[in-house]
Design a protein around this ligand. Structure first.
Ligand code: SF4
Length: 370
């Protein structure tokens, strides 16, 4: 009954899915245990929502990694936004950021204390609000990976940001953090499932380093159940054959060189800088900052903000382990006890892309018995 429901919801080609799952089962017999890390909140959502882990053999474990931009935004940047709004500047932010705890307060709590915080769908929305309220000052909390960064870059480059709007830039880059996570020697991942959305911008090529330097089978994958299962099958085939190659299984959306125009905007507007990742630490060249010629759009410059890491992870929360794939949400003692989607304790429980939130809402689990 359970599988029939799942198949009717998300599986467009159940026969193919069964066939690929069966091949994965056969390939898995060559291994004791296989851990594959993925880097995307949308992948985790698809995996859980479609019950993909239940189709895998027990010794094949799909581990969520640092794929939630909200989860990795430093608490110190939230603190800066809280400080700004309590001093009279209005913060425009994605809904997922609203409840994420800073060192002392979330933006939601700052709003309850008199701050002005408004949820927007994106920068275009923020621009429109600022243009319609020229007597007020706004800051847009610009978070996200390459997919969102290029939208920020395009709006800045096209000079669409009004005078009364600045940007609290907290964008992060995926390949550098992936290298940190897979380079941690005690995290034995056999394969890497690369994020489809980010890859539409940066292309498949930047992931080459993982097969070349880390000998990891590496596959760029889309979000349909068949996309993800096919990527897992490819990783297992390579591993069984002692190969490590980059394969783009998401060719319908991802080109080898990515989106040239978007990359141009990114290059013109931002320069890479060291970035702090909540729960992980500072990673070289993993963040964007506005180039000198665009510093007039920088909220940190205009308001003299000091952006530090803040109180990263509160005692008791295991987000710092969940984010790097060292633990899964159910291994945190607070999961669905003190920490729930309606009363989140840590950042991974807030965002719809956070692994704890996805598992709490949709019933994720990994069979630890193998
Ligand atoms: Fe942190 Fe809550 Fe996840 Fe535990 S369940 S790791 S406290 S977000």
């Amino acid at each position: 009954m359970r599988s029939r429901k799942k198949f009717s919801e998300g599986y467009r080609d159940p026969a193919r899915v069964k066939q690929v799952a069966s091949t994965i089962g056969e390939l898995s017999q060559s291994f004791d245990e296989i851990k594959i890390i993925h880097l995307c909140g949308t992948h985790e959502y698809s995996i859980v929502k479609n019950g993909l882990r239940s189709l895998l053999p027990k010794n094949v474990k799909l581990i969520p990694g640092p794929g939630c931009p909200v989860c990795v935004t430093p608490a110190g940047h939230i603190d800066a936004a809280v400080e700004l709004t309590l001093s009279g500047v209005e913060i425009l932010t994605f809904g997922d950021m609203f409840k994420v705890p800073g060192s002392k307060q979330s933006l939601e709590e700052a709003k309850a204390d008199g701050g002005r915080v408004e949820i927007v769908y994106g920068l275009a929305d923020a621009i429109s609000i600022a243009q319609n309220n020229t007597d007020r000052n706004f800051v847009f909390f610009a978070i996200g990976f390459e997919t969102t960064s290029c939208t920020t870059a395009a709006e800045v480059y096209k000079d669409r940001i009004p005078e009364n709007l600045t940007l609290l830039v907290s964008h992060r880059l995926m390949p550098p953090i992936t290298e940190v996570v897979v380079g941690m020697g005690n995290l034995p991942f056999l394969g890497l499932l690369c994020p489809g959305h980010v890859s539409t911008i940066i292309g498949a090529k930047p992931w080459r380093i993982f097969p070349e330097a880390y000998q990891m089978p590496t596959v760029v994958a889309g979000f349909e159940p068949l996309d993800i299962l096919t990527a897992i099958r490819t990783i297992l085939e390579q591993a069984r054959n002692g190969e490590a190659e980059l394969v783009n299984e998401y060719k319908r959306a991802v080109r080898s060189n990515g989106n040239t125009k978007a990359k141009e905007f990114l290059k013109k507007v931002f320069k890479k800088t060291d970035g702090h990742w909540r729960g992980i630490g500072t990673v070289p060249s993993s963040a964007y900052e506005l180039r000198e010629e665009f510093k007039n759009y920088d909220a940190a410059e205009r308001y003299g903000l000091h952006l530090d890491m803040g109180e990263d992870i509160k005692p008791g929360c295991r987000c710092h382990h969940v984010i790097i794939g060292r633990a899964v949400p159910t291994e945190c003692p607070m999961f669905l006890e003190e920490c729930t989607p309606s009363s989140p304790f840590g950042p991974c429980m807030v965002s719809s892309e956070g692994a704890c939130s996805v598992w709490a809402k949709h019933g994720g689990s990994i069979d630890a018995s193998a």
